[in-house]
Design a protein around this ligand. Structure first.
Ligand code: THU
Length: 133
């Protein structure tokens, strides 16, 4: 799966975003070590703190299907589901990724002008917390 292929699945996933409160839609496409891809979108709730981020939705789908090995995730998002800027993951999602992914796990971003950016999890969450065992 190419970065472009993963981004295009993330862009499809953003269409399913349920975001009536913030109007900020996010789509994610998570590539597993075996080549399978799981998509996710954000799912908001009237009780705001119950909102699920797109990235964690994708991870929950993959993890609950038995996947444990992850290579990369493409993320797109923005107001009214338009990716005006790169949509970098929130701190909570970075921490969840760090539970299952190594520092070289790749994150791929694209804006609506077709500009792309990449980063590793190690760059986005250096010196991360772990349980020390
Ligand atoms: N959101 C994500 O889906 N992923 C992130 O990494 C950050 C934020 C969603 C949650 C909420 O529905 C909307 O974006 C605005 O915060």
């Amino acid at each position: 799966m190419t970065n472009e292929g993963l981004l295009s699945l993330a862009k499809e996933a953003i269409e399913n975003a349920y975001c009536p409160y913030s109007r900020f839609g996010v789509g994610a496409a998570l590539l597993c070590g075996d080549g399978e891809v799981f998509t996710g979108c954000n799912i908001e709730n009237a009780s705001f703190s119950l909102t699920l981020c797109a990235e964690r939705t994708a991870f929950a789908k993959a993890l609950s299907s038995g996947k444990r090995d992850f290579k990369a995730i493409a993320i797109v998002g923005g107001k009214d589901k338009r990716a005006e800027k790169f949509c970098y993951p929130c701190g909570a999602c970075r921490q969840v990724m760090s539970e299952f992914c190594s520092e070289d796990f790749e994150l791929i971003f694209e804006d609506e002008n077709g500009r792309t950016d990449t980063a590793t999890l190690g760059q986005l969450l250096p010196k991360s917390f772990d349980f020390g065992e």
